[in-house]
Structure formats: C-alpha cells, structure tokens
Design a protein around this ligand. Structure first.
Ligand code: ATP
Ligand code: MG
Length: 652
C-alpha cells in the first residue's frame, strides 16, 4: 500500500450524524463560496462568531506587494469582551478551564465568572501600574491561571501582550523586551515541572540588567520561594490585586478591528525569531471558527490542547478560540512524563476529555515508552485527536490512531504557522477519510497553490513545490513588529502577489495536501528533490528507530548527500549492521536515489523549546561548519550540540 492510498474513514459515519460540516458536498459548497466571495463569507462569519461595538465599514482591503492587509476596517470590538463579558448572561457558571497542576493533587475549576472577575481586577492592576492602550507587556510565566488572565487583561485595556515561553533564557527575554520596547513584565517567582520547582524570576532579573527601560515587574507567588522583590520596581501580583475591589469593573477598551492584539515570536527553527503581530478582529474570528469547526467542538464537550500558552498554538487554541466560543478547556502545568509516562492519559480519563490536541514530538516520545501506559486508562471519552507543529511520521500517526484513538478517532493533522494565526490545511472530521501524514484540505477562505521552480503552479498530482497562499485570510499576521520590511521581504517578495510559507508540499490525486518539509531543508541529490519528512518517516518505520532527522550536506558528485541522525529505541543497540539495515530500509521505501550516505546514532537532537527539530543546526554540523551555527537562542538543550559534534562522522 503506498502512503497516499492508505485511508482511514471509520469515524465518518458517526461524525456525519452531528458534525457542523457534514460530508464532502457541504465542505465543497462552503469552500467555493469562501474563496469566490471572501468578503461575503467572512462578513457572515464575523456576525456569527463575534460581538461588535460598531460594525465595520469595509470587510477586506489588501495589497500583497506592499504587504498591507486589513480586515473589517472601521469595526470596533474588544477581544476580552468577546471571550468573557458576553458569556455572562448565559454561561457564567460554566467551567472555562480545568486547571491541572504539575502535582496531580493540585487542581482548580475556573468558571467564566471567575475568569471575568480576575481579568477585571488584573486589568485594574495594570492600569494602576501605568499601562495604557498600545503599551507592550512581556509575559513570562508558567502554565498557571494567571497566564490567560494576563493575556485577557492586556487585551481588555488595549495593551499589546507578548508572551515569552517560560522555558526561555534570560537573553531570549531581554531580546524580546528590547525588540518590542516593553515597559512592564509579568512573571512568577517560579513554576513546577516534573515535581521540582523551577525559578523564573532569576532569568527575569538577569534580563533586567540589560533592559533598564522596564518600569514595573509584576510577580506571581507560585512557589512560596520567599524571594525578595526590589522596592519601587517589583510588586507582588496578589498584593496589587488586593488593592482592587472584588467587584472591580474595567470597561473593555474599544479597539479598532486592526489594532494589534499581541506580538508573538516564531519558534526560530529556521533563523532569528520574528515578532509576528496579530490583530483584535481577524485573529479572534479565525481562531474562533477554526476551534469550532476543525475540532467540531460542541458546547458540552471538554477540549485539551497540550501546548504551552507561550506558543501560537496555546494562544489560539487554549485562550482566544475556545474562550471566544464559550467552551471548556484544560490547562496543564506539568510535563508528559511526571509522575509517570501515563500522565496525559490519566488527565484524559480524569476530565473525560472529548477532543485532544498535541504535537508529533510528544507522540513520538510517548510511543517510545510503549503501549502499557495508554492501556492503563479509560480513554472512551475521546472522539477526535489532533496534531500540530511538524510533519507527523505515518508510523507515529498509526501509533496514535490505534493506541490512543482505538481506531475510531480521526487524526486531525493541522498545518499552520505562527504567522497564519490559525489552521490553514486540515481535515474536518465530518468531511472525508484521513491519510497518515497528510493535512488533507484547505480550511475555508484559504487558497493554497503549489509552485514549481519557474513559479508556475505544478501540473500533476504528487508534484512537489513551494506552498504559497493566494488570498488573504482574517488571521494572517499584519507585520513583523518594528520591521515591516522584514515582513514584506520574508513573506511577500519571493513570489510576487502571494504569501510565501517557506514550506514545500504536494497534492495527491485525491486533492489531499502533504507537507514535505521546509523549503530550505529539501535535499537535492543528483537533481532529485527529497523531502525531509519522507526520509525521516522511512527511518522511523524501522522497529529500532525512535526518531530521526535528515539533512543534506555538500557532496562532490551528487551535489548533496544525505546525512541521517538517528535516535534508537531504548531496547535497540547501535551497530554497523543496523546502519546497513537502515540504509536498505530507506532505499526500499523511497528508491535507490534515497541512499543515506552517513548514519550517525545519537541520544538527542537539537530542538526548539517547542520540540521541533532544528535541521539548520544539523546541516552546519554535517558540513563541518561548526563556527556558523547561527541563532541558537531558542534551542532547548545546547549540550546536545557538543555531543553531536564529538561523534560527527567526518565526510572529507
Ligand atoms: P521560524 O519561523 O522561526 O523558523 P517555525 O517555522 O518552527 O520557526 P512556527 O510558526 O512555530 O515556527 O512553525 C510553523 C512551521 O511548523 C510550519 O511552517 C511547518 O514547517 C511546521 N508545521 C506546523 N504544523 C505542521 C503540520 N501539521 N505538518 C507539517 N509541518 C507543520
Ligand atoms: Mg516559520
């Protein structure tokens, strides 16, 4: 069976009874309308999903040459109002978040009314500390309830938040503070991960040495660390909150549809992170509609997105999308392997989670530990499983499908980017069967095209090329903060008149899209282009392989050779015989052109803090360019690099 003919449609009959979008005909009809008449389609959705203080004058105005995009201009609304105030009449007592601490004994149920109260009080705290509309606020926090409260309080008063993932270093914080000119930082003394307290405030202190312009640091007491605060500049969250009345009301600031809601830095997989800017109206609308339709979430269901709020996935699918829709979500402070490798499944069972959304890196890590952890728990509440962040290898897909979804839950493989704000290519559960490794079809309003080397749309099924988007969609980024030229150049100059994604893709004969990998990572062997996703998936198929990363290196005859970094499963042993087997395996799966030149076994791979493989660093290592590793500020564990360099196989 070739990969594009392996289809799974067991879930369809059940979903088609109740899904919002039932079947291919309905999808195609709506899709056609959304791309032929985007203004009509999105105006209708904007009425349905959002509450407006004042309606817009014009739905869409754009010029891709100038990288200028505007949705719903003249419209006035507030994201915090849409996520909170408007729900109070109907669902004040509904749970917004089940919060699960790192320690499984520590939990909270937060209702919409609770969240509303806390956001109002903290909005007052921000105002009391001099924060005004348009000011930038850096948020560096663990996954505690004060984190979404901070985001929504900023949105409420029109301040622009920029969340820095709690695992980042002092330098990463300082760079982001300077880049966006923040004058307030919200943080915590520490957080808990895997049973241990981790300090956060130390990193903020170090960052502060480089950021004299920050006026106030607001600190949550999370770990009772008893650390002293610097008087005048640093304040405790709880003390500031106590200065406000329990029924404090801060009127939501009337925001123009196009006013920035937040800045978020990309993961840094391909270079220096970009401070992507998203807006109040378009972003909120698009995250709300994709939350509803892609996960087919009903009002009485429980949704868990395991991402950290520090990433776009958390912004869109823990905070803004679900709250705008008035849904119940789970927020998890801890890690998948504490107290044991069954933690995710224990949480699914505990809250009877219906729809579950995670990343391939987590699936691979959990699959490596075997099925027993999954089998311990009752996962019968689940009806849909999602994935995001990297191409998912079909082997990991099947493991997830079979062991977690018990062969009845569709895998919703969502392709999107920080810059796109929400899902772009994705299956809808009631529409069509799914294929392992494919992100299926474009969401409504998304008009993708695959271009060949000459810039023309590819002509045949399965022909690979650059993935571009021809039309604007509401949640697309509007600029790179403080550097519009970088925005224009990165996304709109490579292919005039289109949004350039930086990813390579193909579309099969059934119209399903497949992401091949990053364009810069595609390996050209004697004129044949090989995608990293395909090569790595072929390696992971081998029973001894847990994870693999493949890069091209300069090769005197072939142009580029293939260098594979391979992590073995716990029970496998490295040997030359195994190397040979792996070479044979990839040749069998893909063809003789895909002959690995070098296989290096390793215990770790350089990954971003969000768990993505940083192939740009592996490329430098494979080519021996050890002094040109580039921006390593977002790497999770730098010591991995030294080990890889030490064991590098010399190719000269
Ligand atoms: P940077 O832009 O700083 O290099 P990044 O691209 O990793 O970092 P993100 O916006 O977090 O930053 O990730 C988006 C990218 O992740 C996509 O362009 C794509 O390469 C990859 N990706 C995300 N989801 C999927 C998916 N479902 N299938 C394949 N690839 C995916
Ligand atoms: Mg990117």
């Amino acid at each position: 069976m070739t990969e594009s003919t392996e289809v799974y449609g067991e879930h369809l009959a059940e979903f088609q009874k109740t899904a919002y979008i039932k079947g291919m005909d309905e999808y195609q009809k709506l899709y056609k309308q959304s791309v032929e008449d985007p203004e009509g389609f999105w105006a209708q959705q904007a009425e349905k999903y959002l509450s407006w203080e004042k309606k817009w004058d014009q739905v869409l105005d754009y010029d891709f040459t100038e990288a200028r995009i505007s949705w719903f201009s003249g419209g006035v609304l507030n994201a915090s109002y849409n996520c909170l105030d408007r729900h109070l009449d109907t669902i004040a007592d509904k749970i917004a978040y089940y919060w699960e601490g790192d320690n499984p004994e520590e939990t909270k149920a937060v209702t919409y009314k609770d969240l509303y109260t806390r956001v109002n009080r903290f909005a007052a705290v921000l105002k009391n500390n001099g924060v005004k509309k348009g000011d930038r606020v850096i948020i560096y926090m663990p996954m505690i309830v004060e984190l979404p409260v901070s985001l929504l309080a900023c949105a409420r008063i029109g301040a622009i938040h920029s969340v820095v993932f709690g695992g980042f270093s002092a330098d990463a914080i300082a760079n982001r503070i300077k880049d966006c000119g923040a004058k307030v930082v919200i943080t915590a003394d520490g957080g808990y991960r895997g049973g241990k307290p981790v300090s956060l405030k130390d990193n903020v202190d170090k960052a502060m040495e480089k950021c004299p312009d920050v006026e106030t640091v607001i600190v949550v007491n999370r770990t009772d660390s008893g650390i002293p605060l610097k008087p005048g500049k640093e304040v405790w969250w709880h003390e500031e909150e106590e200065k406000t009345a329990a029924d404090t009301f801060v009127a939501p600031e009337p925001m123009d549809a196009e006013d920035p809601l937040f800045i978020l830095y990309t993961s840094g997989s391909t270079g220096k992170p970009k401070g992507v800017v998203h807006t109040h109206a378009g972003y909120l609308l698009y995250t709300a509609i994709t939350t509803r339709l892609v996960f087919d979430l009903k009002d009485d269901e429980v949704f868990w997105c395991t991402a950290d709020i520090g990433w776009i996935t958390g912004h869109s699918y823990i905070v803004y999308g679900p709250l705008c829709c008035g849904l119940t979500g789970v927020m998890f402070e801890g890690v998948p392997n504490y107290p044991d490798f069954d933690r995710f499944w224990a949480i699914v069972e505990k809250y009877r989670i219906n729809k579950f959304y995670t990343a391939p890196t987590a699936i691979r890590a959990l699959a490596r530990e075997g099925e027993s952890h999954v089998e311990k728990h009752d996962l019968s509440s689940l009806s849909l499983l999602g994935t995001v962040g990297e191409p998912i290898n079909p082997e990991a897909w099947r493991w997830y499908y079979k062991n977690v979804g018990k062969s009845r839950c569709p895998i919703i493989d969502t392709w999107w980017q920080t810059e796109t704000g929400g899902h772009m290519l994705t299956p809808l559960p009631g529409v069509a069967p799914v294929k392992p490794g494919s992100c299926s079809f474009p969401f409504f309003g998304v008009d993708p095209v695959i271009l060949d080397d000459t810039g023309e749309p590819v002509k045949f099924p399965d022909e690979e090329g650059l993935l571009c988007i021809r039309k604007p969609w509401p949640a697309m980024a509007r600029t790179v903060y403080g550097d519009h030229e970088r925005f224009r150049e990165t996304y709109f100059s490579q292919v005039p008149g289109m949004y350039f994604t930086g990813d390579a893709a193909k579309k099969d004969a059934d119209g399903y899209y497949w992401i091949i990998g990053r364009i810069d990572d595609v390996i050209n062997v004697s004129g044949h282009r090989l995608g990293t996703a395909e090569l790595e998936s072929a390696l992971v198929l081998h029973p001894s392989v847990a994870e693999a990363a493949v890069v091209g290196f300069p090769h005197p005859i072939k142009g580029q050779g293939i260098y594979a970094f391979v992590i073995l499963k716990a029970n496998a042993t490295a040997s030359d015989a195994l190397k040979k087997e792996l070479v044979g395996q990839v040749r069998n799966e893909i063809g003789p052109i895909a002959t690995l030149d070098i296989v290096q076994f390793t215990d770790g791979l350089p990954k971003t803090r969000s768990g993505k493989i940083m192939r740009r660093i592996l490329k430098k290592i494979s080519a021996g360019k050890l002094d040109e590793l580039g921006d390593t500020s977002t790497i999770a564990d730098e010591s991995v690099i030294d080990k890889l360099v030490e064991n590098r196989v010399n190719i000269e």
